[in-house]
Design a protein around this ligand. Sequence first.
Ligand code: ADP
Ligand code: MG
Length: 572
Amino acid sequence: QTAAETLNFQAEVKQLLHLMIHSLYSNREIFLRELISNASDASDKLRFEAIDQPALFEGDSDLKIRVSFDTEARTITISDNGIGMSREEVVAHLGTIAKSGTKEFFGKLTGDQKKDAHLIGQFGVGFYSAFIVADKVTVVTRRAGLPASEGVQWECSMSGETAGAYTVAAVEKAGRGTEITLHLREDQDDLLSAWKLKSLIRKYSDHIVQPIVMKKEEWDEEKKAQVLTDEDETVNQANALWARPRNEITEEEYKGFYKHVGHDFDEPLAWTHARVEGRQEYTQLLYIPSHAPFDMWDRNARHGVKLYVKRVFIMDDAEKLMPTYLRFVRGVVDSADLPLNVSREILQESKDIDTIRAGCTKKVLGLLEDLATSDEAGDQEKYATFWKEFGKVLKEGVGEDFANKDKIAGLLRFASTHADTPEEVVSFRDYIGRMKEGQDKIYYVTAETFNAAKNSPHLEVFRKKGIEVLLLSDRVDEWALGNLTEFDGKQLQSVAKGGLDLGSLEDEAEKKEAEQAADEYKELIEKMKTSLGDRVKDVKVTLRLTDSPACLVADEHDLGMNLTRILKAAGQ
Ligand code: ADP
Ligand code: MG
């Protein structure tokens, strides 16, 4: 062992450690789930890299995760024979947080422990959760393929002078992979029990693909106590959850698996699990999270679907497996047909992947449709949550996914003059169900805020006649609805555009009145036109208004006012 070098944590890591220890204490058991989850990811990565380089197995392709404990030393050790880490990787992964948007995320923390604990959950807790139960953590690791002399020891102690920093040293490590030893805090001795650890593994990590082994215990008559034997025992089910038949998987197992693949602390909102046969054979297990990830608006944020081929992990965040507007979906796709050496480049071009993506998209939209139309109260609530968290993203689909446009349109929810509240609960179907006798269009108004939409002078005549109008105030609304000319045969019409043709909703008397007014005010209108000059295209007498003296209207084929405003603000 050479002299250890002391390095400082990135500021965000320090913050995370502090928060972790103080706000996640009541969830302390998750440390084991997180460390086992990482060991499993590391095993997956080794199996994948070994496809091209079988030498990485170093003669041992039996991948497993071991959990052991030492009552005297008061330690728990989690070890794997996965991919391991080089020195650079140790510093990069265990000294900084590489996630995009980390800085912004930490800027959002309030100092209120309850609120922050929830935020931390959304951020993902990961490796650092070890410090909830340990005041010192030692990691010894060696990357597969590197010589035994290139092992690395990482150590961090939360007490004493070194808090806020960690040490890295070169060490010998015969076997590849990672071994993490937790030196428990004072009050954590209840974790030093085979029974306790096994129950935690079964509770949180049963779905892990690799076997999680512990030494078997035996009753010792002389000592009158359980003692550890040399024999291994596999504690979890150790098979790919998604490959098992649906009716043999419990709800708890589905949820546990989500926390692993989704790197999420919370439970999923819903999921769909299916095996698809046909042109492409694959299994999909896809989840809708219950909250938006903190980096949903970051263009570089990772997508959440992992690709496997015949149970072999191929890649994380395979962005080709899901359209962008479904980037919040998490889960696994396991193909029976793709080649094992499939690369990102091949995926970009692959027709097979297109088929799989189309299938997955359909499944997810179907799942959402089921939630939205279900009679069960719980499902309605779930759909409302979904809409609140992901509605804005889903809207992008109307413009992006031509093939599923109508399906997506059916999933949209809006505020409207029906309730006159900002709650987005009205679907096109609800709207059509309430249309007036003789009404053949779906009317909407777009504005910058809900209040501006609600108080728009364009609504006056609609309110007078009791015609419902959708109130849109999302930045993407005008663009999204611009991509949608009709729903279910009913034309979509902005009330702020073009000549207002209310068709048979207009009565003859009113029409006549308008014509007379146009005659009567001819002179005034001419005067207004001259004085407004180039600033307007036309000045007209209208039936639109009941209280307001005048309003601006965009021409039928022009960009809407709101979009014009946005483009202007963007300097276009
Ligand atoms: P995440 O798993 O979401 O990436 P973590 O905090 O759990 O975040 O882990 C951070 C990183 O540290 C991992 O992405 C991985 O690169 C590395 N790492 C952690 N544990 C192991 C391990 N047992 N073997 C190899 N690499 C690991
Ligand atoms: Mg992790």
